[in-house]
Each structure stands twice: as C-alpha cells, then as structure tokens.
Design a protein around this ligand. Structure first.
Ligand SMILES: [Zn+2]
Length: 505
C-alpha cells in the first residue's frame, strides 16, 4: 500500500525548520519514503492512493505528551478544586469496585476519537486503575489503542503506600478511625505490581508493528515504596522505557519534600540514584534552581500541562528557566478531568501565552515556533522516539496531518507557525495518518464506529454515576481534613512562589 500526497505545502519540523511551498509526499507501508517536487510515481501503481493536497498543509502529527485516559469519563464532572482535593474524586482512597475492562476500553476510545480528529497522532498515556490494575483492564485499554490505529506509549500509574503517607500534616489531621481505614485499605506490593508490568510489557510492548509501546510510571516518588521505585527503574533501564513521575506539581508537594524528606522531591529521586534521561518529570511547577540543575544534568524531560495547572490552581511552571537549562519540554493535556479536553491546539496556545504574566522581559516569552517544537518534537523525544516520530521527512514514521489553509484560521495567511499556535483550534484538520494509515478524514474516524462508542459510553454512565456518587460521599468525609492540610501547605514559606500572587491582591 502506498499513498501519494500531491502538491502540499509542507512544514517538516526538521532540525533546520525546513518548509516546502509545494511538494509531493510518498508514503510506503508505515514510513515516509520520499518528499519532493513532482515525485516520479506511476498513478497506475497497484494499491496507490493519490491525495490531491493543493491548498493543504502537511505537517507531523501532534503529540500529547501526558494524559491519563481514565479521566475521559470525568470531563466537566468535578468542582473547582486544587489537586489534593480533586484527587479524592479522581483516585478515591476507599474504592473497592474492580475496574471494568469494557468501561476501560470505551473511555480510552473517547479520548482517542477526540485526539485523532484534532490531529493528535501519538499519545503518552499514564492510566491509573482504581482501586488497582487487573490484566483484563490493562488489555481493554491497550485494545482501544490497537483498534484505533493511534500510536501510544502506556504505563501503569499505581501508587502503593498508605494514602496519608503521600501528604504532609495529614497523619496528624485525620481522626483515628479514618487513619486506620486508610492503613487497612488493600495495597499491592512491589512484586505484585511488577508482575502486572510483566504482563503489560510482555503482551503489548512493540505490538501492532511497534505502534504500541510500554513505559513505566511510579505516579509520583512519594506515592511508592522505594523497592517498587527501584524495580521500575530497573525495568526502564532494561527495555529503555520512558519513566513517568509527577514531581512538584503543587506547593503542597514542595512542603512534603521539606517536612518528610528534608529535601526537594527532585533531590530525593536524584539521591536514590534514579534520575536519568528516561525520566519524564510531569509538571515541575515548584522546582527551584537546584532542581533544574539536577534535571538538566540527568537529561530528563519535563511534561508541561498548562491548562491542568491553571484548572487546579497549581501555579506556573518556570518555562523559560527550564529551557535555559537545556531541559527538553513536551506538552500534555493531562486529563479530561482537569483540561477538560484533549485538544493540544488549546494547550499549545496557552503554553505560548501564560508565561507572559510572570515576566515583563518580552524577549524571554515562549515563541510560537518554540512551542510548536515542544508540542511535537519535545513529545517524541520524551517518549524516546525522536529518531522515528515528529519530523516529516523520508525514513520517519508516516504520522502526519493535513490542514485546510482555506479556513478562517489561516485567512489571510500571515505567519504559518504563529497561526498554527494562536489561530488553529483543530477545525482545519482534514486528515490524520498514523503509521501510513489514514485513521481520520474530514471529521470522521475511519477505524472505529464513533456513534457506537458514544452510545456505549452513555449506556455505561448510570453505573459509573453510582460509583461517582459513592466517591463523592467518601470525599465529603475527608474534605475538611484535606482542606486543612492544603491551607497549611499554602501558608508554609518555601522561599519562592509559582503563583502570580501580586495580581490577585
Ligand atoms: Zn498527570
């Protein structure tokens, strides 16, 4: 099977930021075979599809560098809460209903459908399972990626310490019955969790011609036992897998580092000898200069989720300082409970704009071309795919999108990169290709019956709502104690701030 895209304007995103005003793209099998003017391809070649792309832009597909697919059933569902209170609904500490493999499939597919239509071809998914993963649910999630044609790198995000150990002050704030209930809640040990990873890696790593890959995740360093953390690091090294960890997303986590470990959580990971170039440090909002030096020295990447950080009031990641340290930054939507979309165009626009409120020096503001590269090549690099994904050039995987330049977002066309970041919302995307296969075209996903998935999602909703109501009841009981913990941490002096506090006073 070959596809010839004829007469497209092409943004390659290669190292020289090459742009071709009018060229053909030849895709053979899963890769880009050639890019150039009037490629000598016989239209009589068997199994050749020709796509006339006059007036269209071809560019590498977008990369969602951090998402939790289980949140896809929670869009718009939660009140405005900071992370630690929000998580009582997202990953409730007292749930005992095992994950439903079909629900896992359907909600993963909801996110996939949204992303493919918007031109996202690759996703780095860090799914959590409440109360714990089971192989059938892992398979349900992975099958959604297999069926859809999307490229995905997927972890198991599963903490294994007692709930109150993840937080500062909480052990003292909780009444004894709640504390005991948390201590007695079932938890998986390192051996059990690593067995689930053996299932994920053995069954799915490299599946679908390499389109699906495994990564590891400790969720966050304070949420796992050291033996499990070290087991994950060993797995990451052995298979060269990206290693996800949420670090210093909130001020409360900075305070936790101080009161529990006597150091920042970045330093804690570094002192365990685990900080390396495979690490994808998610958020990195409350990092200080010493933390950034450690991340830069290790060659770790940072996943920036500006919409989520604003929604949960976490603060502003020091974008320019991280870049000045030479740290690779990718972009993520985080999840539909905290974005509440998977629209990476919106994430890119906010990433380009939000850091301006912290810095009057306009030369240091993120630029549109810089954000575009973080969005696509930064994501590919964090997933350790930068030699095959993120550039539209021969030899790379054929993950590309076509955008209609006749839409209002590009009329008149003044500056392509700025208009991609500031004007485009995803409505100009007319075709999405992953690994040489057209998976979405003219607003329709071709690999999945969208209407059937949506109908099934609605059918699953009543039972899900019942579970959510039980979660809300449990959260109400915990809320006063978590609220007090949050307020204490917010008032704690950590020597700097990542909130734009001056504007609010
Ligand atoms: Zn996250």
């Amino acid at each position: 099977m070959a596809i010839l895209i004829r007469n497209a304007r092409v943004l390659t995103l290669d190292d020289h930021d090459t742009e071709h005003p009018r060229v053909d793209i030849l895709v053979r099998g899963t890769t880009i075979a050639a890019v150039g003017p009037q490629l000598p391809v016989s239209p009589d070649e068997p199994d050749l599809r020709v796509i006339e792309a006059e007036g269209l832009l071809a560019m590498p597909g977008l990369v969602n560098g951090h998402v939790h697919s289980p949140g896809s059933f929670l869009k718009g569902a939660l009140e405005d809460l900071p992370l630690e209170l929000f998580m009582l609904y997202q990953v409730p500490p007292f749930s005992d209903t095992p994950p439903d493999p079909r629900l896992t499939y359907v909600r993963t597919m909801l996110g996939i459908l949204e992303m493919l239509k918007l031109g996202v071809t690759t996703v780095h998914d860090d799914p959590y399972y409440v109360p714990a993963p089971i192989p059938e649910a892992i398979d349900g999630l992975m099958r959604a990626y297999a069926d859809s044609g999307m490229r995905a790198t997927v972890t198991l995000d599963q903490p294994n310490v007692v709930e109150y150990e993840k937080y500062p002050f909480l052990p003292d704030l909780l009444p004894e019955p709640l504390r005991r209930r948390m201590a007695e809640a079932p938890r998986m040990n390192a051996r059990e969790l690593l067995a689930l990873y053996r299932h994920l890696v053995g069954r799915w790593h490299g599946a679908c011609g390499g389109r699906l890959r495994a990564a590891v995740s400790c969720s966050a360093p304070q949420r796992v036992t050291v033996d499990y953390f070290e087991g994950l690091a060993e797995l990451s090294r052995r298979h060269d897998l990206p290693f996800d960890l949420h670090v210093l997303e909130t001020k409360l986590q900075r305070v936790l580092g101080e009161v529990k470990y006597g150091k920042s959580l970045v330093r804690y990971v570094a002192d365990l000898g685990l900080l390396d170039e495979r690490m994808v440090v998610i958020h990195a909002v409350w990092v200080d200069e010493a933390d950034m030096e450690l991340l830069a020295r290790a060659g770790s990447s940072v996943a920036h989720n500006p919409v989520c950080n604003l929604k949960l009031g976490s603060g502003l990641m020091p974008f320019r300082r991280l870049r000045e340290h030479g740290i690779n930054v990718c972009l993520g939507s985080d999840e539909a409970a905290s974005d509440d979309t998977a629209n990476m165009w919106g994430v890119a626009k906010l990433a380009a704009l939000v850091h301006r409120i912290t810095d009057p020096e306009y030369e240091r503001w993120p630029t549109a071309p810089e954000v575009l590269r973080a969005l696509i090549r930064g994501g590919a690099r964090a997933m350790r795919m930068d030699r095959t994904v993120g550039v539209l050039a021969p030899g790379y995987d054929a993950d590309l999108i076509l955008l209609d330049l006749n839409t209002l977002a590009f009329t008149p066309l003044n500056d392509l990169r700025r208009q991609l970041v500031f004007c485009e919302t995803g409505t100009s995307v007319v075709l999405t290709m992953v690994a040489g296969r057209v998976v979405a075209e003219r607003g329709r996903v071709l690999t999945v019956d969208e209407e059937a998935i949506k109908a099934e999602a609605r059918a699953l909703l009543p039972a899900y709502r019942e579970e959510l109501a039980r979660t809300a009841n449990a959260a109400r009981e915990l809320m006063p104690h978590y609220g007090e913990m949050y307020r204490r941490a917010a008032a704690h002096d950590v020597g700097f701030t990542r909130w734009a506090e001056a504007a609010g006073r």
